[in-house]
Write a protein that binds this ligand. Structure first.
Ligand SMILES: Nc1nc2c(c(=O)[nH]1)N[C@H]1C(S)=C(S)[C@@H](COP(=O)(O)O)O[C@H]1N2
Ligand SMILES: [Mo]
Length: 438
């Protein structure tokens, strides 16, 4: 009998593909990913990915190989399918990148970011739902039923990109607290409802209006019903944009319960936290809204700070508004295997907050050289854009496909990490997928 010997990935894969895959995935706990940083060397790199790495000398130090993608633990949420689970109290779950391959994200694949507990299903009653419009800067406070909204105002449908401000936090170094999102706390799809602007103007807005704050009926984690888990909002200018909606449908069907049924605020291009779910109140404020999660702890430093720095009470902080330029690779999925000589079509989506994506590039040599991808026009303002490129690999071995978007102001996604901030917000670094060529 032959003695036991360490097999390279391809030999192992030929003998037992499932086991070989699991062996790679088995090294993908958060601890081992971050642990990689401590002992990373080019040799360790080749050993850990189990293949020759043709462009190894370009590999940025301190970067975790894309082969060590976070592992998904399967988790069932009513009405959801195939999401990657992060937490159950509150529920947080993200969309694996292959579900971004369709033009828009299907309702069952839309990510979930709850700050409190789900409202009771019996309280999610579309027929008896009431939306209150009030606030210091509202001339005629009014209560609408969903029927009233549907009858009184024109209906609009827009594809809008909703991305959690913490999307990408899992790769932030030094690590920050909060859900360790991969790239999947984002979605774009067609929302249907009425314009927030039409509803607010029908109630009358005073000249001193600066902000619109929302309230929903979710339940605080500690059960103390007197305070909301979250009540954020948007500047009046954003509230009056044509694409800002009070929506009752997503992709032609009722919004999923967990994503805010029966009524939700949707303001594309701003952090997802402004899109109030289970919406019962909108207050037109004469001050910057001061609801839960509007405090300095949920902002970013106005001036860059050193990675890991402690911010004090005196550090000037700013509210996140437009999200930065970003992209995802929806095909291939990470750790795919191809044959030398194959032409690989790489596809994905890109978005740029309030701006548009004007250019997409891909790299297979860890960012040394870039090849242009074609990028489609958005179906409307604030919708994400599809892109694709064909790539060929020069040799057998381990590669990473990196994707980089540029917005209409000429800003590019950073290859590795953007400015660090204490909550790990706005990580728009390049999405990377591992590819084995054998
Ligand atoms: N009422 C309410 N609205 C909310 C939240 C919440 O916890 N409660 N979470 C916010 C955050 S932080 C984000 S990123 C988005 C997530 O929307 P989703 O759960 O539909 O993906 O909803 C926002 N609206
Ligand atoms: Mo969020």
């Amino acid at each position: 009998m032959k003695g036991k010997k360490e097999l390279g990935f391809f030999e192992a894969y030929k003998q037992d593909p499932l086991k070989a895959d699991l062996d790679i995935l088995g090294r993908t706990t958060d601890e081992s990913r971050r642990g990689f940083l401590k002992k990373s060397s080019l040799l360790a790199f080749a050993a850990i990915v189990g293949a020759n790495v043709p462009f190894a000398s370009n590999y940025p130090s301190g970067l975790i190989p894309a082969a060590l993608a976070a592992v998904d633990e399967n988790f069932k949420i009513e009405g959801k399918n195939g999401l990657v689970y992060h937490n159950d109290k509150p529920i947080t779950a993200e969309t694996p990148p292959q579900f971004f391959d369709s033009d828009f994200v299907k309702p069952e694949h839309f990510f979930v970011r709850n700050n409190g507990l789900m409202p009771d299903l019996k309280d999610l009653d579309a027929k008896n739902w009431k939306l209150v419009i009030d606030g210091e800067s509202c001339l005629n406070p009014t209560t609408f039923s969903i029927e009233d909204l549907k009858k009184k105002f024109k209906h609009h449908t827009y594809a809008l990109t909703v991305e959690c401000g913490g999307n990408g936090r899992g790769e932030v170094i030094p690590a920050t607290s909060g859900t360790q999102w991969g790239v999947g706390a984002v979605a774009c799809g067609r929302w249907t409802g009425v314009r927030l602007k039409d509803v607010l103007q029908s109630c009358g807005i005073k000249d001193d209006a600066v902000y619109v704050g929302y309230e929903g009926i979710d339940i605080p984690l500690d059960g103390d019903a007197s305070k909301k888990p979250i009540s954020r909002g948007i500047p009046i200018k954003k509230a009056l944009q044509e694409e800002t909606l009070i929506a009752w449908a997503y992709e032609g069907v009722d919004i999923p319960y967990i994503n805010g049924y029966p009524l939700r605020l949707v303001a594309g291009g701003f952090p997802g936290s402004v899109c109030g779910k289970w919406l019962t109140k909108l207050s037109v404020r004469n001050i910057v809204h001061d609801g839960p999660k509007m405090s300095d702890s949920y902002k970013i430093p106005a001036q860059p700070v050193a990675p890991g720095a402690k911010v004090s009470k005196d550090t000037k902080m700013k509210i996140i508004e437009s999200m930065p330029v970003k992209s995802v690779i929806s095909h291939p999925v990470t750790n795919s295997k191809f044959n030398l000589g194959d032409t690989l079509e790489v596809r994905g989506k890109a978005w740029a907050g309030e701006l548009e994506v004007k250019e997409m590039e891909v790299s297979i040599d860890f960012g040394e050289t870039w090849q242009k991808a074609t990028v489609s026009k958005p179906v409307n303002r604030l919708a994400w854009q599809s892109w694709k490129a064909s790539v060929k690999f020069p040799d057998k071995g381990y590669y990473e496909v990196w994707a980089r978007a540029t917005d209409t102001n000429g800003k590019k996604q950073p290859m590795v990490l953007p400015a660090w901030n204490p909550k790990g917000y706005l990580n728009n670094s390049c999405h990377r997928v591992a590819v084995y060529v054998g």
